[in-house]
Design a protein. Sequence first.
Lengths: 109, 117
Amino acid sequence: RKEVEQDPGPFNVPEGATVAFNCTYSNSASQSFFWYRQDCRKEPKLLMSVYSSGNEDGRFTAQLNRASQYISLLIRDSKLSDSATYLCVVNPGRYKLSFGAGTTVTVRA
Amino acid sequence: EAGVAQSPRYKIIEKRQSVAFWCNPISGHATLYWYQQILGQGPKLLIQFQNNGVVDDSQLPKDRFSAERLKGVDSTLKIQPAKLEDSAVYLCASSPSFGTGPNYGYTFGSGTRLTVV
């Protein structure tokens, strides 16, 4: 079983729509969680951390469910510029970061 | 602040040839990481250095891959001989200290795209 699994998508949504997707992780001892954004042919960049209580950053909302071992990301009022691959990242302990394969989101005009 | 520098940006080689990638981390960052990202997959950690010592190289194919960070600053990743399945983007990242995560200055370089033909 992979450490981090994501629905690859693609999620194809119109501008202004809400899109949400999850990732699951296998290590119940995982300590911290993140969403990264990766544009085509670019390096991954930190989008936001995911906290146990859930957190928002503008139009982005992240949730963590430790009992079910999944993390979610919701994007409200989608913009064309939100088109990217979203990588779910888990710290299973110590220094290591484990990356999912990514969920592709395409926002159309 | 200057970012993580990598070179070259692109490299095309024939299988069985050798290739080397270079990374210069953010100044003062003690920890340096090399990742391999195959198309359609997330980055996979190959090796992690803390200063000039190796912390984790458990996923580095040591029969063909090697890496060094001799002075604890810049690093070189080498593949010899290359195989077709080594075609990927090789990403370097650095962080200020051991164990720090993305919240604390963990930064990726723009990567080297390797094509093995």
